[in-house]
Design a protein around this ligand. Structure first.
Ligand code: PGA
Length: 254
């Protein structure tokens, strides 16, 4: 069964997506991040590299995450990677339901199967949710509620309490600007409300909630403090040592 993660530290996860193009570059980037993480006692730093680098990067101060997981544990599934393999590569976490994979076809039900696959291992799922667009009539709230409820289909309250939730509005990913900290706060309250409605008595405060979408060193601190989230999921700014290091030290200084 999946272990619970540290509740007190800020969580900073860097999703490298399909970067960098060589292991030499990956090693260099990882070593720089490791050095920065070593002095940041208030931050749990996580890096999700491409699978081909996963088992080859190891560090004491940086946890590793898979970028995805296949819903079956073993079998004839060309190109897929199982939970036990990700664990064997020394990862502690796995990102599930990232919007880029949802765009390529992952449905909410696929996401729920992947969560169950992760729960059959010791991996802690970092489950991503987020609306594609926002509208004045609140349609995005219904979209998000459905996404959460369907993605957590068949998942018990006890198991949800073991996960990390990453709220990533799709329109803010790879964009010029992040969501405002006030809006992040509003959305984090909404997500907690949805969880409480669906799973009575759930300890929402013990489920780390991250924000993702155009986070950088200038907005990281405000989003975490005013948005009242426990951490961040970062794409582009996790690809250079300097930018990721600045976010690490911002969170460590809060
Ligand atoms: P970004 O990506 O930080 O480059 O916007 C975030 C993500 O996709 O998780």
């Amino acid at each position: 069964m999946a272990k619970t993660t540290s509740k007190k530290k800020y969580i900073l996860a860097g999703n490298w997506k399909m970067h960098p193009q060589s292991f030499t570059e990956a090693k260099k980037l990882f070593a720089g991040i490791e050095k920065a993480a070593k002095t940041a006692s208030k931050v749990e730093v996580i890096v999700a590299p491409p699978y081909v680098y996963l088992g080859r990067l190891a560090a004491e101060n940086v946890s590793l995450a898979g970028q995805d997981i296949f819903h079956d544990g073993e079998g004839s599934f060309t190109g897929e990677v199982s939970g036990p393999m990700i664990e064997d590569a020394k990862a502690k976490y796995v990102i599930i339901g990232h919007s880029e994979l949802r765009k390529l076809g992952d449905t909410n039900f696929d996401v729920s199967k992947k969560i169950k696959a992760a729960l059959n291992t010791d991996l802690v799922p970092i489950v991503c949710f987020g609306e594609e667009t926002r509208s004045d009539d609140g349609h995005h709230l219904d979209f998000l509620r459905t996404q959460i409820q369907q993605s957590f289909t068949g998942i018990t309250k006890k198991d949800i309490e073991k996960m990390i939730i990453a709220y990533e509005p799709v329109w803010a990913i790879g964009a010029e600007q992040a969501m405002s900290a006030n809006d992040v706060h509003e959305m984090s309250l909404f997500i907690k409300k949805v969880l409480r409605e669906q799973w009575k008595g759930i300890k929402v405060e013990s489920i780390p909630l991250l924000y993702g979408g155009s986070v950088d060193e200038n907005n990281a601190g405000t989003i975490v403090q005013q948005g009242e989230v426990q951490g961040l999921l970062v794409g582009r700014q996790s690809l250079t040592v300097d930018s990721f290091k600045s976010i690490i030290s911002t969170l460590n200084g809060l």
